[in-house]
Design a protein around this ligand. Structure first.
Ligand SMILES: [Zn+2]
Length: 400
């Protein structure tokens, strides 16, 4: 059953990617013809193709490793090894989860390396130096070990003291933790990787100040981030809730767009703020989390799943089995959350258009998709499953 679920995940993903490649139009869509030379459009196609091919290979590799471990009893061996490292029940669980997490990530490093230093490099996007790549990895491991270890320690303490209401108590903790993450991610985690500064004085700041004033957004919450440290790709986002809300503009975005276009992009982000999209997303994901933990509770009381992998039915074994069985459900959850996210994007675009900057936003979106070599004509089904943002042509259609 576990093997079936894994293969289902892999083949459905591959099928969608094949659809996406087959539908790729050979001609530049009409509304974007002025923005693309035929060479640039060819580049977009081959960039999309290369990335999808790498994705096939890396996920096939991961599935093969998992199958070998399941069929060859490898997970039971890792479990025994984790127990030998740290004798206590909770320590054993944390060691097992950390070995798996770091192990799988280390195995994927060659693919990540190839993506950054070959594909992104050849298409002119890469600014990451090998040392930044390595330091980023080490930092991410330390952060994950601290967070995974800390959360698991909390969960197991609850589990052993109050198993009957475990899923409800775990939900309360998960909600509290996601509240902390939503509020403090930009202040605590982002500075470990990037610099964020207040927008400098000048024409751009004046124009933004004027616009922010009209819409009621506080200017001190607008930051510029040094995205150029890793990539030339451009981006902007709205994050946080309550007093911690902020709009973050990439330095690359400011470099490559006109003042009017940046104001229009900012208007879109203020749209997310005014329409309370982060808060809506936060509430929805926590309601979903309650359902997920309830399902986890069912796996937890059925020891057969862990025994099928040759492991003792411990809390971490159930968690691990659940993560694998969960892939079809997580696909449904991501489809629903992508659907909501795409609606939010349209709503934020409309907010910008209602404030008189729809035309500039359209120009900015066209430029963004050329600069980032975005796939202009993804397959509908692929968009339905994987896209958190609507394809640019659909956004332009609604804007004009
Ligand atoms: Zn948006």
């Amino acid at each position: 059953m576990i093997v079936g679920f894994l293969l289902f995940g892999y083949f459905s993903d591959t099928f969608l990617s094949i659809l996406n490649l087959r539908i790729f139009h050979t001609d530049v869509p009409k509304s974007l013809q002025d923005f693309y030379s035929s060479g640039k459009y060819r580049e977009t196609r081959s960039y999309t193709r290369e990335r999808i091919h790498l994705h096939y290979v890396s996920s096939a590799f991961q599935i093969v490793i998992i199958l070998i471990l399941i069929l060859g009893g490898g997970f039971a061996l890792i479990d025994d090894f984790a127990k030998s490292l740290w004798g206590s029940e909770t320590g054993h669980s944390i060691a097992f989860l950390v070995i798996l997490f770091v192990g799988f990530d280390v195995l994927s490093i060659p693919f990540q390396w190839y993506s950054t230093f070959s594909i992104e490099e050849r298409y002119g996007f890469n600014n990451t130096s090998p040392s930044t790549f390595i330091v980023d990895k080490l930092k991410a491991y330390v952060i994950s070990v601290v967070i995974v270890g800390g959360l698991f320690w909390l969960l197991s303490t609850i589990y052993f003291s109050n198993p009957a209401y475990f899923w409800l108590l775990a939900w309360a903790i998960a909600t509290f933790f996601s509240l902390l993450t939503t509020m403090f991610y930009s202040n605590v985690i982002v500075p470990l990787f990037n610099k964020q500064t207040q927008l400098e004085a000048g024409e751009l700041r004046d124009k933004i100040e004027q616009f922010a004033g009209i819409t009621g957004f506080v200017l001190k919450n607008i930051f510029v981030i040094n995205g150029s440290k890793r990539s030339t790709k451009t981006n902007a986002y709205f994050t946080g809730i309550g007093p911690q809300k902020r709009i973050v503009l990439y330095d690359t975005l400011i470099e490559q767009h006109s003042t009017d276009e940046i104001v229009a992009i900012l208007a879109h982000e203020i749209g997310h703020y005014r329409k309370k999209h982060v808060l809506t997303g936060f509430i929805l994901s926590n309601v979903l989390m309650l359902g997920v933990l309830y399902l986890f509770n069912i796996v937890l009381i059925m020891p057969d799943f862990a025994l099928a992998l040759g492991m003792q039915p411990t809390l971490h074994a159930s968690l691990f089995v659940f993560a694998m069985l969960f892939s079809p459900i997580s696909m449904i959850i991501s489809i629903v959350s992508n659907m909501i996210s795409r609606r939010h994007e349209f709503a934020a675009d409309k907010f910008a258009a209602d404030h008189g900057v729809g035309l500039a936003l359209g120009e900015a979106l066209k430029k963004l998709s050329v600069d980032n070599l975005s796939n202009l004509t993804p397959h509908r089904l692929y968009v339905f499953v994987n896209y958190s943002h609507p394809p640019v042509l659909e956004r332009l259609k609604r804007l004009f």
